[in-house]
Design a protein around this ligand. Structure first.
Ligand SMILES: Nc1ncnc2c1ncn2[C@@H]1O[C@H](COP(=O)(O)OP(=O)(O)OP(=O)(O)O)[C@@H](O)[C@H]1O
Ligand SMILES: [Mg+2]
Length: 1014
């Protein structure tokens, strides 16, 4: 059994001495975390970082799976005896398991001579594919040692694949078992089978996640069960040199930061004294990238660059950042053998870089075994003396190097540094006070390890802190442009989602080919999971619950959904996952929310949405519906219907329609007909006639026989009335009437007569209209349906209006308004007002009429009723035209015409053209006027002459320059008037005719038409 000794106590977080079995802080036994698995089945594994108290029973996780197989095992089994084989395997597993644990992975199982290791479960790191690849390289390297031990050449072949799996944890809080299953395991295993001894094959996903780090080449496609498409496999060649990946990359923004750093470099060169530059920022925000730029600037200014990084994994002795830095000072290349390192120490000492008294400590710094003459002295030293000696050696080394050339020491990621490294860093920093040494360090916000004690130790060194924030929008765009020159919606979406985080942006853009814009790329998912895994259990649960609520949430709802009445969110704020935003909280980055949300398993997600929906019950119908929908709850449809009704009451028809359409999408058959009918009703209310007809046809196809069918027919007729489909509307009403009479549907009959009356009204059939509206009122009373009584009363107003009985008409309109108000029927009320104001016009009360028109227009706009707005505007045009305010009229008529054409109301278009013609005529543009009038007449011919045919003909007669056309227009109009048509035509026509005779000084003609009007 092998394992890693933890550096920190998983219970209290205290630093642990090497090999500790118990925490010196709290006494917790450490065996539980040091035990590494060896059993050949799924075995308990231990997290590399402090384990949360409990985990959800299953999670969708992003993991990287590694299959490592001993090459030539069958041959070995034949050659060696069973006991030897067993011993060999034990050694082999020992080596491999140690490497895997060292890189933060866990052993899932040993199968025969194969090791299956997992990175990312049960604890995720934000760089699991990188860890797996590094572990694979280290396993290959460690085979040399094993070969020497076993006295035979041993190699392994490795397959690595990344992707999402459902990882299930079972067992108790203290004993977690984790298993990872699925296609991804097959893929990793397949890749491993394809490789030969000494080779590692990686999947495309792994390659994409690590390509800035590794050199690899595509070797072909693998078809694997469970994957729709073949997967491209890559052969791993090795790691790239540090700056190979970065050098060619696009760099954007950060000019103020670069200026600051140039200032530090100039100061250092001028004064011979350095400073500390501390870069702080969120994960992926660009700290390391900025650090690289700083190095480049320093290099240009003649600095010697000593770069080091703190790793949270895979750190062997002497490879810690300070050791690496010391080696760099001594000119030792990475990976150099012990004898080379020893020689370098001797050379440096000979050259006077440090004196003999430091030799043993330098050896210890760079992990060179002490030569016999130093060993006894070194071993005899106490802890303090050893520490002191080490620090003095470090100072001597740095001072020695700085004496030759100014120095930039950069240490990346000190949030992972242990106590010793932080101590050493304080020593390095203190050297800057009197030497040309600049120390640049980076740390993640929230992981800043430099406490007050540390700061006090280096109080005499200048320190500049650079907080790296999100890229600005134009910088993000420039970065995106290095991927895709042309922007499309996808790129813009990526930019928005990444919210200035360059890592997220790169990940979204590079995953463009394989992902929907709503998906979270695996790499980001890993980052989010890694952060989730480091949280306390309650914070993790809270973050998942918050992800269900949305980007922004209040503490109250979060407490409700997570079921923790006292929860205060501080854990999430401290970890920079959410921040306070006014009275609420908001996710620090939308992708964190998305990543958390995507990690939820269906069952958990449903439950959380259900809780959120309960919270909104009675408070916010829309959010309730949305949560029920996302949680896949049955009540979602009914909730959408309620929310849509509420929106419609506020005249937000478009919004209500979106809700109903969603409800229809998820609806089970039983409710579809009701929803479809309501959709038609909304379209009618919004004045969208054609679509309403379509919607009601669809509703009819879903309805069985009876009420729903009848309603669907009535709806179609109402829609056709709007679009001018008169004959079809009449036919459909007849069909509806048969059904309604058979079944005695009084309310339906009230509607049928009302609509029919309306159709007759626009045709100018005065008697017919009156009769229908009287019946409508009768049925509305019988059905006790005040809504339809209001309609019928309004219809009766129209009918009396056409008879010229304006006072009676007013009475009906007013009665209808009285009923509308308590029922909240704003649209019908406005329609009534729109009719009443016309009487003011006939009484020549122009100013009052114009004011009322404007007020009705406003009300109509508020109620989203564009038809009434159009009619009121038409009346306004009329007042402008009649009061000779032609500029205002022309201006307003443009809008009216646009509305009429938009809503496809031909008759209104004709009247608007008629007014336009009048304006142009009086402005002296006679030909233009005649053309407009001709166009109006043409429309009347198409839609029926009864509505405004004679009026437009009168206008044509007035504007026309052709005698023939004039006479024909006059004659045609007279014939129509004789047959019967809407009342306003008499006035419009006779007035037009009079004006025409006046122009010709034909006094008889004038007299005749004046008499007709009287
Ligand atoms: N200024 C920039 N211009 C262009 N690309 C950038 C810039 N800053 C960062 N990037 C890109 O964003 C990615 C993340 O940057 P970087 O690794 O520097 O972030 P980080 O803050 O060091 O992240 P971590 O917290 O993981 O260490 C890199 O691939 C890098 O190429
Ligand atoms: Mg970094």
């Amino acid at each position: 059994m092998t394992g890693t000794t933890p550096k920190f106590c998983f219970n209290c977080g205290a630093a642990l001495p090497a090999g500790a079995k118990f925490c010196p802080g709290c006494g917790t036994a450490m065996e539980a975390v040091t035990a590494a698995p060896t059993a050949p089945t799924a075995i308990e594994t231990a997290p590399a970082t402090p384990a949360p108290e409990s985990r959800p029973a299953g999670e969708r996780r992003q993991v990287t799976i590694l299959f490592i197989d001993l090459s030539g095992y069958t041959r070995l089994s034949n050659e060696l005896g069973a006991e030897q084989v067993h011993a060999l395997l034990q050694r082999f597993f020992g080596h491999v398991d140690a490497v895997v644990s060292n890189y933060g992975g866990t052993i899932d199982k040993h199968i025969g001579d194969t090791v299956m290791a997992v990175f990312g479960a049960p604890v995720a790191h934000d760089d699991d594919p990188e860890r797996a690849v590094r572990a694979a390289i280290a396993v290959h390297a460690s085979m040399a040692e094993l070969s020497a031990e076993m006295d035979r050449e041993l190699t392994v072949y490795i397959g690595i694949a990344s992707g999402r799996v459902v990882a299930s944890g079972t067992g108790s809080d203290s004993h977690q078992e984790y298993t990872v299953t699925g296609e991804l395991v097959n893929l990793a295993s397949r890749l491993q089978e394809m490789a030969r001894g000494g080779e590692s094959f990686i999947s495309e996903e792994v390659y994409r996640a690590t390509r800035k780090l590794v050199s690899a080449r595509a070797i072909g496609e693998v078809s694997v069960k469970g994957f729709d498409e073949p997967i491209t496999a890559y052969q791993l060649d090795g790691l790239l040199a540090l700056d190979e990946g970065a050098a060619s990359a696009t760099f954007v923004g950060r000019q103020p930061e670069l200026r600051k750093f140039r200032g530090a470099v100039d100061d250092c060169l001028e004064t011979g004294r350095g400073e500390i530059v501390y870069i702080l920022g969120d994960v992926g925000i660009g700290k390391s990238t900025l650090l690289n730029r700083f190095s480049a600037i320093a290099r240009e200014h003649g600095f010697s660059i000593h770069e080091a990084a703190v790793f949270d994994f895979g750190v062997g002795k002497g490879q810690d950042p300070i050791g690496a830095m010391a080696r760099r000072h001594l000119g030792i290349a990475p990976g150099s053998a012990k004898n080379i390192r020893r020689q370098a120490v001797e050379t440096a000492m000979r050259e006077g870089m440090f004196d003999q008294s430091h030799a043993a400590f330098v050896n210890s710094l760079i992990d060179v075994p002490q030569p016999p003459h130093l060993r006894a002295m070194f071993d005899a030293l106490g802890h303090d003396a050893r520490l002191h000696g080490r620090q003095a050696a470090l100072v001597a080394l740095i001072e020695g190097a700085a004496a030759e050339q100014p120095l930039l020491i950069s240490v990346d990621d000190i949030h992972w540094a242990d106590e010793d490294t932080l101590n050493d860093l304080a020593i390095v920093a203190s050297v800057s006070a009197d030497n040309p040494v600049i120390l640049v360090m980076t740390a993640r916000r929230g992981g800043d390890p430099l406490d007050q004690v540390w700061h006090n130790r280096i109080a005499d060194v200048a320190m500049t802190t650079i907080n790296v924030g999100p890229l600005r929008a134009e910088e993000a765009k420039a970065l995106a442009q290095s991927y895709f020159e042309k922007f499309n919606q996808y790129t813009l979406d990526c930019i928005e989602r990444a919210a200035g985080n360059p890592l997220f942006l790169e990940q979204l853009l590079t995953n463009a080919h394989s992902q929907q814009s709503s998906d979270v790329p695996d790499s980001i998912q890993s980052i989010v999971l890694a952060r989730l895994d480091r949280l306390e259990s309650v914070d993790k649960r809270a973050l998942l619950a918050a992800s269900v609520i949305g980007q922004r949430f209040s503490l109250d709802i979060l407490r409700h959904v997570v079921g923790e009445p006292g929860y205060d969110c501080s854990g999430l704020v401290e970890n920079f996952l959410v921040r306070k935003d006014g009275p609420d909280f908001i996710f620090a980055n939308a992708l964190i929310r998305d990543g958390a949300y995507e990690s939820l398993l269906q069952a958990n997600m449903r439950e959380l949405h259900k809780k959120a929906a309960d919270w909104f019950d009675g408070e916010d119908l829309l959010l309730r519906a949305r949560h029920l929908d996302r949680g896949g709850a049955e009540q979602a449809e009914e909730a959408y219907l309620a929310a849509a009704r509420q929106s419609a009451e506020q005249y937000q028809y478009d919004h209500a329609l979106t809700l109903i359409e969603r409800a229809l999408e998820i609806s089970r058959d039983a409710n579809k007909s009701e929803l479809a009918l309501y959709r038609g009703e909304l379209l009618l209310s919004a004045g969208r006639g054609e679509e309403a007809v379509e919607a009601y046809r669809h509703a009819e196809s879903l309805a069985g026989e009876g009420g729903a069918e009848c309603d669907a027919l009535i709806g179609q007729a109402a829609g056709l009335r709007l679009t001018g489909g008169r004959n079809e509307a009449m036919d459909i009403l007849a069909r509806a009437e048969t059904i309604a009479r058979d079944a005695d549907f009084s309310a339906a009959l009230a509607q049928i007569h009302y609509h029919r009356g309306n159709l007759l009204f626009v045709e100018g059939d005065r008697e017919g209209c009156l009769g229908e509206q009287e019946k409508a009122l009768e049925f509305a009373h019988a059905a006790d349906a005040p809504e339809w009584q209001a309609h019928a009363l309004s219809g009766l107003g129209d009918a009396y209006y056409t008879h010229g009985k304006i006072a009676t008409a007013h009475e009906y309109f007013n009665k209808s308004i009285e009923l509308c108000r308590p029922l909240g029927m704003g649209a019908l009320e406005t329609a009534n007002r729109n009719m009443i104001l016309r009487a003011w016009i006939y009484r020549n009360e122009w100013d009052a009429a114009a004011d009322e028109c404007r007020s009705v227009c406003e009300a109509a706009e508020q109620t989203g009723n564009r038809r009434i707005e159009m009619f009121a505007r038409l009346a306004l045009d009329w007042t402008y035209t009649e009061t000779a305010d032609f500029d205002a009229a022309l201006n307003s008529l443009d809008t009216t015409l646009e509305l009429a054409r938009d809503l496809k109301v031909k008759r209104t278009e004709a009247i608007a053209l008629f007014y336009l013609a009048r304006c142009r005529y009086f402005l002296g543009e006679r030909e233009f006027a005649a053309d407009l009038a001709g166009e109006a007449v043409q429309i009347c011919h198409e839609t029926g002459m009864g509505f405004c045919g004679p009026g437009t003909l009168g206008m044509l007669a007035l504007a026309s320059v052709s005698d023939e056309e004039r006479s024909a227009a006059l004659a045609e109009a007279e014939t129509i008037l004789e047959k019967g048509c809407l009342g306003h035509n008499f006035y419009w026509f006779h007035r037009g005719a009079m004006e025409s005779y006046l122009e010709r000084r034909d006094w008889d003609g004038v007299g005749r038409h004046a008499e007709a009007l009287a």
